[in-house]
Design a protein around this ligand. Structure first.
Ligand SMILES: *Cc1c(COP(=O)(O)O)cnc(C)c1O
Length: 463
């Protein structure tokens, strides 16, 4: 083994080999960067030699092995870390896969605004300085019926801002049944602590009554907050106070009311027989002072938090220092404006909504055709079968809803389902599938017809 160690060329010799110098030139790599990679590869190789996992015959062979590894290592290092994937999981608002995709119109406006100077803070009429906070406010007002609105970085930021601006060092009354954790990292109680607001929990996990809120009101109370229990669905002996009753109570005691709605639904899905997610406009109609929701959940737009409601409060938020801290970028405004207009003009060509509304029958047709095409390619390495599936909405929305879906199950004669799944994940573009009962499943709900063509090509190449 010692002999093998002696076959490893010096770092200096590796660095100054023709191959490495060529790589450095071609990729425009700083010397220090290349050296770090070479060191890392040599360390790895030493370790493998110690473990008898590697061996070579000559100094030249060692050099070639090292060079190849460095090239591979750097290629991987420089490859895109955030890259498009094909979501075959059927989960529409997949938080790990970027939640909502943007519509074509939104993408177009983002590209235009990213490429050129824009009217981000420029008044179109006067040519004077404008405010980004006014860019889309009229659209949000029209769509939701709110008196005013402000846009911040995400909905967690909305909650933080509302609590900081209106409840710092004061008490906020929240029902114990609504103190939920969403997506593993969003907890109302933690955000509240961070904002300096004091949480006053009322009721029990399964039941909270209006008198629980009423008893908790004192001269330290600044806010009564409702939280939509997004990813959490309670059944059985449960009771929560309606927002109408809470608003009434707030008015009687001059206490502000706020609802964190999570998913901002602006389109009635019940007419398609899907769920009963509260609509932003209905929440506002109840007379609530403020409501906030995410832009990239059921709204189907970019990551933002939208706070809408009474003008006097929004005015205060716009003047708050946090408005600057939590403000969003021009590309985000571009995507948001487009998406808002699509909702306003009833243009449902929004990927999230398309995925949500597509029927099992339509999906089944596509799946059948897909399988037929695969077999027409005369490749027999994989076995493809059609399979009825249930898809989830995801993103902590509509937890009780399972959408009837359709997909393909894939099995291989040579590979286990887990191996095949990881093989698909390592393709370019990566295809993200799930495994159930030793089959790889691709749910067609979250796959576009264009992506189907890509998947077909990749599957044919696999066997
Ligand atoms: C998703 C969600 C949030 C967090 O929103 P982000 O846009 O992810 O920051 C907050 N509250 C509720 C009720 C949610 O469902």
């Amino acid at each position: 083994m010692k002999n093998l160690f002696r076959l490893i060329p010096s770092i200096h010799d590796i660095l100054h080999s023709d191959e490495m110098q060529k790589l450095k030139q071609e990729q425009g790599l700083p010397e220090t960067f290349l050296k770090r990679r070479v060191n890392q590869v040599v360390d790895d190789i030493r370790e493998e030699l110690l473990k008898n996992e590697l061996s070579f015959e000559s100094k030249n062979e060692a050099l070639i092995v090292i060079q190849n590894r460095v090239v591979h290592n750097i290629k991987k290092y420089l490859s895109d870390r955030i890259e498009p994937v094909i979501n075959g999981t059927g989960t529409i608002l997949h938080t790990n896969l970027g939640r909502a995709r943007l519509s074509e119109k939104a993408i177009h406006q983002v590209v235009q605004v990213a490429k050129h100077y824009s009217t981000l803070e420029f008044d179109r009429d006067s040519g004077e300085r404008g405010s980004r906070h006014d860019l889309v406010e009229e659209l949000i007002k029209e769509l939701t019926g709110a008196e005013a609105a402000i846009v911040v970085n995400n909905n967690a930021a909305s909650v933080y801002m509302v609590l900081t601006a209106f409840a710092k060092n004061h008490e906020v009354i929240v029902s114990r049944g609504e103190l939920v954790e969403i997506g593993g990292s969003f907890r109302v109680s933690s955000i509240m602590e961070e904002s300096g607001a004091l949480l006053k929990e009322v009721g029990t996990t399964n039941k909270t009554h209006l008198f629980d809120y009423e008893k908790a009101i004192n001269d330290q109370t600044s806010l009564m907050m409702k939280v939509h229990t997004s990813n959490f669905h309670m059944v059985g002996f449960t009771d929560q106070v309606t927002r109408e009753d809470l608003v009434e109570l707030g008015k009687d005691h001059h206490v502000m009311t706020y609802e964190d709605l999570g998913s901002g639904m602006v389109y009635d899905l019940t007419r398609h027989g899907i769920g009963k997610e509260p609509l932003v406009m209905d929440v506002l109609k109840s007379g609530i002072d403020l409501v906030s929701f995410s832009g990239d959940k059921l709204f189907g737009g970019p990551q933002v938090g939208i706070i809408a409601g009474k003008k006097q409060y929004i005015k205060q938020l716009k003047k708050h220092q946090l408005a600057r801290v939590l403000r969003v970028d021009k590309m985000t405004y571009a995507a948001l404006e487009s998406t808002l207009k699509q909702w306003l003009q009833q243009d449902l060509n929004i990927p999230t909504i398309r995925d949500l509304l597509i029927t099992r029958e339509e999906l089944q047709k596509r799946v059948k055709l897909f399988i037929r095409r695969y077999y027409e390619c005369h490749h027999k390495g994989l076995t493809l079968k059609e399979i009825p599936l249930k898809s989830m909405v995801g993103g902590g929305t509509l937890p009780e809803i399972e959408l009837d879906s359709y997909g393909v199950s894939i099995t291989s004669r040579h590979l286990s389902a887990t191996k095949l799944k990881s093989k698909l994940r390592n393709l370019k573009p990566r295809i993200i599938a799930r495994v159930e009962q030793e089959q790889v499943l691709l749910d067609f709900r979250t796959i576009t017809p264009e992506e189907e063509v890509i998947i077909l090509k990749k599957l044919v190449e696999i066997d």
